[in-house]
Design a protein around this ligand. Structure first.
Ligand code: AHN
Ligand code: ZN
Length: 336
């Protein structure tokens, strides 16, 4: 037996003593450290939004042709959207409704709703309209003005971004519940400048706000996407969003600024726009903002392709889809 093994040498003693002192210090400090980590928000980093996938989802819609209510393209696209939400979400509800437009047309509409974690109390509502306008009444060529539009930007872009968000939510669970609503019959309103007092736009959103898919449905806040696919889009802080949900405007624009998207999300007030979020705010009483591209250089206040045959897939920009999708995903994964 070698006795050397039982002798504690001086260097060994010093090492153990130092370790003991450090351990004791860290124990005394543990209370402070714990309370600091408790107060700091746990930030779950968001998954990566794929702009190619979002673009594919936009094109899949325009490939059906104009999604005007009562047409075959509209019926086929509804089935596609339902299938996609069923692939990604925990629960899907399709809400059919019958309504009349300003010109007396009776239409069959469908709101299509996908939910993640339907049992969770704290929820975020995301929405876009999936129908496209029945007429290109803003087209520069009068011969085109009674033709239906593809609505690549006006309709399909918001839905495409939300389908890519749904695909990401399935891969990486957020802390909060999320509901995605594709509203129908948003865009069969009267010609620009006519009948402006009537509630002729947003017929699907009006139906849902009066008949939510879940009794007493509430969400912490909502985000509507409308025309989020044009190159170099400018998102002013839309007027009704500031009036009804200014804190959500701040939250989203601050996040966009942090991500480096200040050239898209401008720190300026935009005009109020009658859009789906108005009825979600007024009737369902859920604070909802609208991320919508406004252009004050045109007569209509929207981009030149708005309600024209030029609102097609050739005028969709992946970078804009990416900027909007990344911002909304970051907002979702910040909530707990
Ligand atoms: C009005 O022009 C009053 N609202 C426009 C809402 C809209 C139409 N968004 C897309 N298309
Ligand atoms: Zn429109």
């Amino acid at each position: 037996m070698n006795i050397k093994h039982n002798i504690i040498t001086l260097p060994t003693f010093i090492t153990f003593a130092a370790a003991f002192i450090l351990f004791t210090l860290s124990c005394n400090d543990s209370k402070k450290t714990k309370s600091i980590t408790k107060e700091a928000p746990i930030t779950i980093s968001a998954p990566n939004f794929d702009p190619d996938s979002a673009f594919y989802f936009v094109k899949a819609q325009t490939d059906f042709g104009p999604r005007v209510p009562n047409t075959e393209a509209h019926r086929r696209c509804a089935q596609f959207l339902q299938n996609k939400l069923e692939e990604y979400c925990d629960k899907v509800i399709v809400q059919p409704f019958i309504t009349h437009t300003f010109d007396g047309t009776k239409i069959n509409g469908k709101n299509i709703i996908g939910s993640f974690f339907p049992e969770k109390q704290k929820r975020i509502l995301l929405a876009a309209h999936w129908d496209s306008r029945h007429v290109a009444d803003n087209d520069p060529d009068p011969a085109n003005r009674d033709k239906p539009i593809d609505g690549a930007n006006d309709g399909a872009s918001g839905v495409g971004v939300l389908l890519e968000i749904a695909r990401q939510l399935k891969e990486k669970n957020p802390e909060v519940g999320v509901d995605i609503i594709f509203f129908d019959a948003e865009d069969w309103g009267p010609p620009h400048g006519q009948n402006e007092d009537g509630d002729w736009w947003c017929l699907g959103a009006q139906h849902w706000a009066r008949n939510p898919h879940v009794a007493n449905y509430k969400a912490h806040f909502g985000i509507l996407l409308d025309m989020v696919g044009a190159p170099n889009a400018k998102f002013l802080q839309e007027g009704l969003s500031r009036r009804y949900a200014s804190q959500i405007v701040s939250k989203v624009w601050t996040k966009a600024y942090q991500l480096g998207y200040k050239d898209y999300f401008l720190n300026f007030a935009g005009n109020p726009i009658t859009d789906d979020h108005l009825y979600v705010n007024k009737i369902a009483k859920i604070p909802m903002i609208n991320i919508i591209h406004q252009d004050h250089t045109t007569r209509t206040g929207f981009v030149p392709t708005w309600h024209t045959l030029q609102d097609n897939i050739a005028n969709i920009d992946k970078t804009t889809l990416y900027v909007v999708g990344t911002t909304v995903l970051a907002v979702i994964y910040d909530e707990q």
